[in-house]
Design a protein around this ligand. Structure first.
Ligand code: C5P
Length: 249
């Protein structure tokens, strides 16, 4: 894998409060990472302006708003995300087949003959346990639900899932190579685990079959963020996996 390929797999999580802080990270890291993740906090506070700011620097955006609503509402919100020019966005697979398939159909209609954004499904949030699922009337084990929802998302035409690194092998097995897997919860061996409980190193996650790694604090809180970023890239480049290279090309 080339250095640029490894770099393009890193999605930096813009987990900050203000546009000024976000701009700082985007100006420092554009060209050094593949994408910037904008989540609910930043988007609720600053709206589309924050997406445009990243795009103005030449950066690409993963809009992490995890849509979950009636099919028409999710399709229309997704259309707006696509119009903002984001490269990736996501929805909750628990919204069901019709919601997911309707969104993909809308994007394919709207972007006929053009490159459309890719859509990811969140299966079961990694903060959920078996007890959380039971509270809402789901009696299946978490891993069974994750696989079930990943397969449903694939059937609906969704491009991939967001998943814990530990779920990657199961999802790869169930959904095949033609399905993106994006994983947060990645920690270089030398870095603090913060509040992440089930972690893998970047190299392990890519070797397990992750396509993109969402990384925040291991870069943002490092004494030398650029160096931390390059060290992570070194680690990803060290991974030899034929199927990964093929899937990504
Ligand atoms: O700082 P850190 O690398 O832990 O940031 C990870 C990012 O991925 C955060 O934006 C966090 O909200 C997000 N995320 C996560 N675990 C999930 C889903 C998303 O850490 N299961």
């Amino acid at each position: 894998m080339t250095r640029d390929e490894a770099r393009s797999r890193i999605i930096f999580a813009l987990d900050v409060e203000t546009i000024a802080e976000a701009r700082h990270w985007v100006s420092v890291l554009t060209g050094r990472v593949g994408m910037f993740k904008i989540g609910k906090q930043l988007f609720t506070a600053h709206g589309p302006e924050i997406v445009r700011m990243v795009e103005n620097y030449g950066g690409e955006v993963f809009l992490d708003l995890k849509y979950h609503d009636i099919p028409n509402t999710v399709a229309m919100a997704s259309r707006e995300a696509a119009r903002l020019g984001v490269k990736l966005f996501n929805l909750h697979a628990l919204g069901g087949y019709e919601m997911m398939a309707g969104t993909v159909e809308m994007l394919d209609r709207e972007f006929t003959g053009m490159k459309r954004p890719k859509v990811l499904a969140v299966t079961i949030l990694t903060s959920s346990t078996e007890a959380t699922l039971r509270e809402v009337g789901i009696d299946l084990p978490v891993q069974e639900m994750v696989v079930r929802l990943a397969k449903l998302a694939k059937k609906a035409g969704i491009d991939g899932v967001v998943a814990s690194p530990l779920e990657v092998p199961l999802i790869r097995e169930a959904c095949g190579n033609d399905f993106l897997i994006v994983t947060p919860g990645v920690r270089p061996a030398s870095s603090s685990t913060d509040d992440q409980k089930r972690v893998m190193t970047p190299g392990e996650a890519v070797a397990a079959g992750s396509d993109y790694l969402v990384i925040g604090r291991p870069i943002a809180a490092a004494p030398d963020p650029l160096r931390a970023c390059e060290t992570i890239i070194d680690e990803i480049m060290g991974v030899q996996q034929e199927s990964v290279a093929k899937r990504y090309s």
